[in-house]
Design a protein. Structure first.
Ligand code: NAD
Length: 369
């Protein structure tokens, strides 16, 4: 079988779904690998490195993917690229098939076996394939570095001949995978770190990283270990306590999300107005609208002296390590069906049955049984 990788088409995407390391491993599993020249450049992987790993180079996207049985990507290829693919080929990546009507239609029309990795069940067995987690780790790390860069303050406490500098107070909003990495990163930079989440188990997780849990009196654990949406009363209570608290915070990093919904609005314009000038908010949730009312996705704005940044695709900003993790996740997922140079789809395996799109009704049911 042939595995193909073309360069990414999404604007600003630097990551790549195959590294020389995973290329070698796929070849060891009996596959042929074709990659478009330059596809790894954004993540600093050279064509030579792929050739040394055993890949064949293609001059264009068609050469890399038109004959491929399995196509790997970070984000979905554009419509034109999708139409290059062989009918029935497998396509693996963060495909978001419903984010764009033409994309979904092309996947259906080409009868592609699409595996949008964001649909992967987050079970223990799937952890090694979980791109949402691996990429969120990089995003949380970068968000704190951006905050440190924008802040007109030191993060650590310093004792100098010019007097003592008190450490910055950093608040992490939402303590999922990205938020916990943000807590750890801000802590390593020497800040006084607090975090909160609506899932009560995050208290211990935040504390184990040296942060302090900020108790806002709201607990909203939902299904599958995720948060649920807050009721109006819960939200009002959270906001009252948070607004008061933010008056003494220097830096906020927002990472809160509820699966399948726009980002919860947690930090209001009024709260920002109550913060000290020189404060900074970095909103990792900007991609889905932001946790702060004043966030403008993709922009950095000034709100009466408070800097509010809404960076997009932060994982791509750490393209080398983000790609290494992404590519290993993809290798582990593809290994479910690439076996000894053959493709074997076991539709009784829930990781395949629940990830494939469009849903395969019969298989999904038999996997659940
Ligand atoms: P996410 O990106 O969906 O959400 C980020 C965080 O925002 C979550 O912790 C959520 O509780 C929080 N949040 C939502 N609404 C909020 C609000 N109003 N105020 C404050 N915080 C709010 O979540 P994620 O980072 O992808 O992961 C969420 C959970 O899933 C974590 O517990 C994680 O450990 C778990 N998980 C489990 C596995 C596994 O293999 N079992 C894999 C990945 C993640």
């Amino acid at each position: 079988i042939t595995i193909g990788v073309a360069s990414e088409t999404a604007a600003g995407e630097q990551r790549v779904a195959l590294t020389p390391e995973t290329c070698k491993k796929l070849i060891a599993r009996g596959a042929r690998v074709r990659i478009q020249r330059g596809a790894g450049r954004g993540a600093s992987f050279t064509d030579e490195a792929y050739v040394q790993a055993g890949a064949e180079l293609a001059d264009d996207a068609a050469g890399a993917t038109a004959q491929a049985d399995v196509v790997l990507c970070v984000q979905a290829p554009d419509g034109e690229r999708l139409n290059l693919l062989r009918e029935g080929a497998a396509l693996v990546g963060l495909l978001q098939p419903q984010a764009d009507a033409t994309r979904g239609e092309a996947i259906v029309a080409r009868q592609l076996l699409a595996f949008p990795l964001e649909r992967l069940p987050r079970t223990t067995r799937a952890q090694a394939m979980d791109v949402l987690s691996s990429q969120a780790g990089m995003a949380g790390y970068k968000a704190v570095l951006i905050a440190a860069q924008l802040a007109p303050r030191f993060f650590p406490m310093l004792t100098t001949a010019a007097g003592t500098i008190r450490p910055s107070r950093v608040l992490i909003v939402g303590a999922g995978v990205a938020g916990l990495q943000a807590v750890a990163t801000a802590k390593r930079l020497g800040a006084q770190v607090e975090g909160f989440d609506v899932r009560p188990e995050t208290r211990e997780q935040i504390e184990s990283l040296g942060g302090k849990f900020l108790d806002l009196g709201v607990s909203a654990a939902g299904e599958g270990g995720y948060a649920r949406q807050l009721t109006d009363e819960e939200r009002a209570e959270q906001q009252r306590r948070l607004g008061e608290h933010l008056k003494n915070v220097d830096v906020i990093v927002c990472t809160a999300a509820v699966p399948g919904r726009p980002a919860p609005k947690i930090v209001t314009a009024a709260m920002i107005a109550g913060m000290k000038p020189g404060s900074v908010l970095v909103d990792l949730a900007a991609e889905t609208g932001g946790n702060c009312e004043l966030t403008r996705p993709g922009e950095t704005v000034d709100a009466n002296g408070v800097t509010i940044a809404g960076p997009l695709n932060l994982a791509s900003a750490g393209a080398v390590h983000a790609s290494e993790m992404f590519a290993r996740n993809v290798l582990n997922f593809v290994s479910l069906f690439v076996d000894g140079g053959e493709l074997k789809y076991d539709w009784d395996d829930e990781l395949l049955a629940k990830t494939v799109w469009p849903e395969r009704k019969a298989q999904a049911q038999s996997a659940a049984a």
